[in-house]
Design a protein around this ligand. Structure first.
Ligand code: A3D
Length: 320
């Protein structure tokens, strides 16, 4: 059987890490597209030269020509600008919206059957705009944020409880931003909900609240340390987990920015929700029951995303 083809639009920090992970995990051949001349070609060659030691045979190609992504099974989009210290994700909106337009048109023309995972920020608005510009089916276009936010939450929880990260599950809903909603009731240690872990004396409510806040600020913490850009190892790993779920029809239950039409009282709106990802793309949105406080936090997050989508419509007439 022919190898799968993975197109990476944007070959910066996340794009390069995605290419390396896709090669090492032998998910398929990789084409990296970037407007910066030489950058995707250099990274592709460098990664290809790690093949003999690593033991993979994937083709690695860098390009400035959208025609080279033809027939891609998966497109992962990181093209655009990342945050610097002092910037919020929303500050990136104007620049990255223009980038989404060219990327959406490139994908529509050359890889209309691909499963598209957007990572470019501000995530929930950019994935919506990318879907609009590309015209691809909604279930084939989603955004990576929830897997990363949950992974951060799981990491902090595992540290707090001194248990394996593998045994910690976490549940994060809403937009990827300061209003994201980590749900402690649905997050567990080997099936034990976090509120029970507090009752069992493994942690205090104050400590749990601190961890929730640290999760919300997880991106900013890394921006503050790096000073020259934003996180890229864990964001890349998270998107690869989603791509693998699609390519291998794993039916993974993963949170992502998905098109929600009917569930959660939403009518045709992209926001972070739990989904099932398999060969059909986002095959199902998982709707959970929320209590009053959780619903209020979710509504707040949805409203923040709505504001960004409206801002996009104000910038580009074709979206209005
Ligand atoms: P960076 O290393 O700057 O790479 C971005 C790449 O995009 C650069 O190589 C640019 O040359 C390229 N680019 C710019 N315009 C275009 C264009 N029109 N077509 C093709 N390529 C273009 O950034 P990064 O890889 O660190 O981050 C990429 C994006 O992901 C940023 O918007 C970040 O804010 C975002 N990000 C999202 C998350 C989420 O969890 C959602 C996490 C971390 C970063």
């Amino acid at each position: 059987m022919a190898r799968a083809k993975i197109a990476l639009i944007g070959a910066g920090n996340i794009g390069g890490t995605l290419a390396h992970l896709a090669a090492v995990k032998e998910l398929g051949d990789v084409v990296m597209f970037d407007i910066a001349e030489g950058l995707p070609q250099g990274k592709a060659l460098d990664i290809a030269e790690s093949g003999p030691s690593e033991g993979f045979d994937a083709d690695m190609k860098g390009t400035q020509d959208y025609a080279d992504i033809a027939g891609a099974d998966v497109c992962i989009v990181t093209a655009g600008v990342a945050r610097k210290p002092g910037m919020s994700r929303d500050d990136l909106l104007g620049i990255n919206l223009k980038v989404m337009k060219s990327v959406g048109e490139g994908i529509a023309q050359h890889a209309p059957n691909a499963f598209v995972i957007c990572i470019t920020n501000p995530l929930d608005a950019m994935v919506w705009a990318l879907r609009e510009f590309s015209g691809l089916p909604h279930e084939k276009v989603c955004g990576m944020a929830g897997v990363l936010d949950s992974a951060r939450f799981r990491h902090f929880l595992a540290e707090e409880f001194n248990v394996s990260m593998r045994d910690v599950t976490a549940f994060v809903l809403g937009g990827h931003g300061d209003t994201m909603v980590p749900l402690t009731r649905y997050s567990t240690v080997a099936g034990i909900p976090l509120p029970d872990m507090v009752k069992m004396g493994w942690t205090s409510q104050e400590k749990l609240d601190e961890i929730v806040q640290r999760t919300r600020d997880g991106g900013a913490e890394i921006v503050g340390l790096l000073k020259t850009g934003s996180a890229f190892y864990a964001p890349a790993t998270s998107a690869i987990e989603m791509a693998e779920a699609y390519l291998k029809d794993q039916k993974r239950v993963l949170p992502c920015a998905a098109y929600v039409d009917g569930a959660y009282g939403l009518n045709g709106f992209y926001v972070g929700v739990p989904t099932v990802i398999g060969a059909g793309g986002v095959e199902r949105v998982v709707e959970i029951a929320m209590n009053k406080d959780e619903q209020a936090m979710f509504d707040n997050s949805v409203n923040a995303v709505k504001g960004l989508v409206d801002a996009c419509k104000g910038i580009d007439d074709s979206l209005a």
